[in-house]
Design a protein around this ligand. Sequence first.
Ligand code: AMP
Ligand code: MG
Length: 487
Amino acid sequence: MSVDAQSTVFLDGQFARELPELAVPWQAEQAPDPRLVVLNEPLAAELGLDPESLGNAEGLGLLIGTALPHGATPVAQGYAGHQFGSYSPRLGDGRALLLGEIADAEGRLRDLHLKGSGRTPFARRGDGLATLGPMLREYVISEAMHALGIPTTRSLAVVATGRPVSRESMLPGAVLTRVASSHLRVGSFQYARAMDNQDLLRRLADHAIARHHPGTAEGQNPYLALFAAVVAAQASLVAQWMLVGFIHGVMNTDNMTISGEGIDYGPCAFMDVFDPATVYSSIDEAGRYAYGNQPLVAQWNLARLAEALLPLFHEDQERAVALAQESLGAFHTRYSAAWLAGMKTKLGLADGLDDESATSLTGELFTLLQEARVDYTSFFRALGTAARGEAESARSMFPVPAAFDAWLERWRALEPDADLMDRTNPVYIPRNHLVEEALAAAVDGDQEPLSRLLAALSTPFQERPGLERFAVAAPEGFGPYRTFCGT
Ligand code: AMP
Ligand code: MG
């Protein structure tokens, strides 16, 4: 690629072309003094972008949408959504833009998208802006997810705009450049359905099929097959979140993708001590999106997707509802199977163990973990060491280890595979206190802690000397953790 970052990049406008009813052409706001805070060089290379030229003035213009290649058609996407259970017919990209689609090294189309790029017609009372801390937070969490092998949108860069943004205090403004296999959400279908235009709904579904689930186009009922594919992708995603102890925090239908990638990491966090009722988000007062509720919420959201798709399932709406219910029923089966298989792997137990024994073994373990308020991530890693014969670090997590000892004996008799456990149970996750520390320093102009954290998280399963403090729970003084909606 030449030094001109934007002149050689081709950005397609497939979404804008095929679904103009859902796309408002719009431009990103100029930034007074853009400065690159973090760039994802491996991801840039995947997209055929030269990391070095992304750092110059023109490259920054591409990253924040102010200097786009000729012919690019940035749009604000329209979508609806159930937020904490109540329906908003018109949300949309209030402070975001889809710049277009870019083909990656494997020829797959990826969305290039901005967050914090200024007000759009969907902004309602918002200022259209984003601040540096929350954008870095999304960068850290999404890249950690990717390194953990969990489907997610990616973060290409965070650019500080040089514009102060008014929140509780004045904060530095920033734009996140996001990459995703698409930004189609459950809420996109709710929005299209509400327009009462079956042709639009069909075009949206065809677009989703072509982009994400092309295999479903061949079947007898492609739209029902699309729905089944989304059910399967989300069941798998949420099982992976649960296994790694992740709490999304704001699983509204506008924050649930059709691709099965996790998206919109605002008030999310990784659980420290094991407790299904864990909620970190300050706005989730009723605990709707608590750790243990996530599978149910995902299924609830998918029911909203089914409602939006009903006219495409069958002409006879009663028949359509029956088909939708049957298909949605697969969520529970798929989720449970994925979770249990993942749990067996976390425990180092290969295929030999029957599901009933695995269920009782994990059930008993979770009771012990919850009672003793054990750190979820550290425990599973220590259990890998116990599989090698050194059980003390796992035992020491229980104030009264007698009950755990009994469990340990039963589990050891099954001959767990320690190597499998180390490949499955991360040492390094974005622990809340480390994320806060890194973001606070970066906002103050010191990027060292952020770089070190990102480096630790990039290889989460391989323990390395010198990174001890990234592997342990928060110090007592950190106190109870609260997250705030990323604004
Ligand atoms: P989120 O909670 O980030 O998923 O956003 C929910 C909705 O609020 C989306 O429609 C966003 O575009 C919109 N939104 C959030 N923050 C702002 C802001 N500062 N300005 C305009 N719209 C916003
Ligand atoms: Mg959102």
